[in-house]
Structures are given as C-alpha cells and as structure tokens.
Design a protein around this ligand. Structure first.
Ligand code: IPE
Ligand code: IPE
Ligand code: MG
Length: 242
C-alpha cells in the first residue's frame, strides 16, 4: 500500500476532553461553577473556529457517567448551564450551519433537558458545515455495554445471526453509529488519561495533552495542535514506504 493510502493528515474529527474548569476557578478563590461558566463560553469560541480549521466533526465531553459523584450543587449547576447553552445557542448554531447531536444515556437527565436536547437536534438536523456532538452522561463502558445489550436482544429475537455479531454489528449499535472515528483527541488541564471517553472509537486516534486549563484554551492553541497533528504519520498497523 502506498504511503498516501495509509496516512491521513486531516483532523476532520476532533474530540476534546474539556478538563480543568474547577481548578481554573478555585485557583482564583472562586466557586467551581464560575469555571464551568467560563468553560461554556470557551465552547462557543472553539465551535466558531472549528470549521475554519478543517474540522467537520467536533465532539466534546461535557459530563461523564462518573460526574454524578460531584456535589448536588455542582451537578445541578452544570445541568442549568447545559439548558442555558441550548436555549441561547440553538438559533445561532443553526444559522452557522452547525448540526448538534448528543451521545450518552439520556434516561437519567431531567425531562426538561431531554426535551431541549431533542429540540436542538431536530432544529439543526439539516446543517452540514459542522457536526457538534456533545457527550452528556456519557461513559465509553456504558455505551459499549448498552450496544452489547442491543446486540444480544437482536440475536435473541432472531433479527441477527450469532455469527453476524462482530465488530461492525457492535459499532452500528453505539451512540456514534453513523459518525466517523475521531482522528485526534485533545485533553486539557494536564491529566493524561481518557476518563472513559470514546473507548471503542479511539482505537486509532492520536492523542494530544495540553497543560492549559479548559477556560484558558484558545482557537490559536487548537490551530497549533492541529498543525502538529497534520505532520504526524498515521500507520493504522501498516508500514509506510519511504
Ligand atoms: C471539566 O472540568 C468539566 C467537567 C468535568 C464537567 P472539571 O470540573 O473536571 O475541572 P477540574 O478537573 O476539577 O479542574
Ligand atoms: C472528564 O473529566 C469528564 C469531562 C471532561 C466531562 P473529569 O475531571 O471528570 O475526569 P477525572 O475525574 O479527572 O478522571
Ligand atoms: Mg476534571
């Protein structure tokens, strides 16, 4: 296989673990929620910049299945921020050609938020400039377990033969079924772990870790990271000829 066939240098799908809001606030003596508000503003700036950087899919980790362990005040504050973001941004995002989708388990979310999520998904369904996927109550293990359950149900009901229950069948039952895998996953705040984000989809993703706290992250830093990525060689298990 020629080199050009097995290397991809466009970060068409970028996923971000937006971490460090709490530290950003507490280091200034402010409540953690102030950091989350700054973080939400930063999402606006990054979404605006993404299409100009060649990004077609932007996936952001907003709330993990483990984040329910935080104080009630913080969890409710985050949920209120999601609701406000959707209410304020829906029309602007549609005008900017941004399709909004969500991954994660919705059942545990407040019905009002579930309605807002369904509303913005419907409103932006035909937008094609950028797909913004927001991971809320998302965990990679939870997503894989839910997909495995669907697979088992389909086999039990005779809709799928056991021998057809392979990688493609499982991937087709993930929340990300019709999305490409991420090319590049960025985590801010200096932590170098995945914290249960896109476990299945990240098999061949490149990772970038930056010490910058999410509220301090800028479109310029994103551009620099993408530039570095574009010069990396991706082999996908193959060999690149000289
Ligand atoms: C990321 O910032 C946002 C969410 C997890 C919701 P954190 O709130 O985790 O910030 P740190 O890691 O405590 O600084
Ligand atoms: C990961 O950050 C989840 C989100 C960014 C939404 P956390 O702050 O929850 O992860 P840990 O606790 O440092 O692993
Ligand atoms: Mg954190």
């Amino acid at each position: 296989m020629a080199a050009k066939d097995i290397t991809t240098r466009t970060a068409s799908h970028v996923a971000i673990i937006m971490d460090g809001n709490g530290r950003w606030a507490t280091s200034r003596g402010w409540p953690r929620l102030v950091g989350h508000r700054r973080g939400a503003n930063k999402v606006r700036a990054i979404v605006r910049a993404a299409p100009g950087l060649g990004i077609k899919h932007l996936t952001i980790f907003a709330f993990s299945t483990e984040n329910w362990k935080r104080s009630t005040e913080e969890v409710l504050g985050l949920m209120a921020l999601f609701a406000r973001y959707i209410r304020n941004e829906a029309e602007k995002l549609r005008e900017a050609g941004v399709r909004v989708r969500f991954i994660g388990s919705r059942d545990r979310l407040d019905p009002v938020i579930q309605e807002l999520m369904a509303g913005i998904e419907a409103k932006t369904r035909d937008c094609e400039r950028l797909t913004l996927t927001v991971a809320i109550n998302y965990g990679g293990r939870d997503e894989i377990a839910r997909a495995a359950k669907k697979l088992a149900e389909d086999v039990a009901a005779g809709r799928l033969k056991p021998e057809e229950a392979g990688e493609d069948a499982l991937a087709a039952r993930l929340d990300t079924a019709d999305m490409p895998d991420p090319d590049l996953i960025i985590r801010t705040s200096g932590e170098t772990r995945t914290s249960n984000f896109l476990l299945w989809q990240s098999a061949y993703a490149e990772y970038e870790f930056t010490p910058t706290l999410w509220p301090d992250f800028t479109p310029e830093e994103l551009a620099a990271i993408i530039d570095r990525f574009s010069r990396r060689e991706r082999r996908f298990g193959g060999v690149v000829s000289a």
